[in-house]
Design a protein around this ligand. Structure first.
Ligand SMILES: [Fe+2]
Ligand SMILES: [Fe+2]
Length: 345
């Protein structure tokens, strides 16, 4: 096995400085995404601050054994990278690796959640690096595999445990990943509570929730976090944020030729901030014919932001607040909210 034992700690050497040779050539990967004894179809690099270079740590067609992986994990701060040309191969590897890891019965709920979060993080962060039909198909398959895991995890879970999962998501600061995962989970929970049981609709809710804000992938992280924290935004920031449904639509549009993204999911991405009252965006002319699934995701979206704001998971309280605000603003489906309030305890 071709490994180089001279490990550097780029966390203490700002790799984003002007001397950084990266320039988008290398993408950081997460050590915890690597599975022991699984052959890698990509080269792994480390950053050597001493000569400001990325050097190959492990060549493709090799694997890390348990001891090597453990040693790397013990050196908490080590960052690993792949070359940008290997992103499709890395995404394929992740897809097979998360399925394998999740299917191990000895994982704790926290470990499962960590895997799901890492996978969601990779999906959202890699959307702008998709290349070619093969890349689009791999990316979509990763999305579908992750949503299958989310759905099967939720359908085996009692609602009280789902609250624990959502609390787990809140244990770190609000990010697009946490928000996307909580909207995906809440969409499925709300859909089931409203009597939706067909597999296609449930997976559309899960995937639509996961991707609904994919248009934020080009927006500054600080601004997205400001929005998710319900901080007051300037009118300039607000108009910047309001482009995310159309941007998401364009991002997904680019991969549609080869990918299996359904019309319902595209509508969720484009129309989740629209409403019948006409106060929504990006069109804002009032869309009385919003799809049923889109209306569910819109409620899940608002509920997730409420949860992030108040750092407490009280779905009944959040839904009741939405219903009350409904009288003036008519942004959400009143019948749906009333139905949810009778079912969600
Ligand atoms: Fe959104
Ligand atoms: Fe959202």
């Amino acid at each position: 096995m071709n490994t180089n034992s001279t490990l550097s700690n780029p966390a203490t050497n700002n790799t984003n400085n002007t001397n950084n040779p990266n320039n988008g050539e290398y993408k950081e990967i997460k050590l915890y995404d690597l599975t022991a004894n699984q052959i890698l179809d990509f080269d792994i690099y480390i950053y050597l601050s001493i000569n400001n270079k990325f050097i190959k740590y492990l060549s493709r067609n090799n694997f890390l054994d348990d001891d090597q992986l453990l040693r790397l994990k013990c050196k908490h701060v080590i960052q690993l990278f792949i070359h940008k040309d290997d992103i499709n191969n890395y995404n394929k590897y992740l897809s097979s690796s998360i399925k394998g890891q999740i299917s191990q019965n000895n994982l704790s709920d926290n470990q499962k959640m960590e895997l799901i979060k890492n996978s969601a993080c990779n999906i959202i962060e890699s959307v702008n690096s998709i290349t070619g039909d093969d890349g689009a198909i791999t990316w979509t398959n990763n999305c579908i595999n992750l949503t299958k895991i989310i759905v099967s995890d939720l359908s085996e879970t009692k609602i009280s445990t789902i609250y624990d999962k959502l609390r787990g998501l809140l244990s770190t600061k609000p990010t697009l990943i946490n928000h996307s995962l909580s909207v995906s989970s809440l969409g499925v929970v709300f859909g089931m509570a409203l009597g939706i049981h067909d597999a296609k609709s449930i997976s559309e809710l899960a995937l639509g929730g996961l991707l609904h804000d994919i248009g934020f992938s080009n927006t500054s992280v600080d601004l997205v976090e400001k929005y998710l924290n319900s901080n007051e935004l300037t009118s300039e920031e607000l108009s910047q944020l309001k482009t995310h449904p159309s941007e998401g639509y364009q991002i997904v549009g680019k991969i549609l030729k080869s990918a299996k993204i359904t019309d319902n999911i595209i509508k969720i991405i484009l129309e989740h901030h629209e409403n019948a009252a006409g106060s929504g965006y990006p069109i804002g002319k009032g869309l009385p014919s919003l799809s049923y699934l889109c209306k569910i995701v819109a409620i899940a979206d608002k509920t997730s932001i409420d949860i992030l704001k108040y750092k407490t998971v009280d779905l009944k309280y959040s839904l009741a607040k939405l219903l009350k605000a409904q009288e003036e603003r008519r942004e959400y489906d009143k019948v749906m909210l009333t139905q949810l309030l009778t079912v969600i305890k």
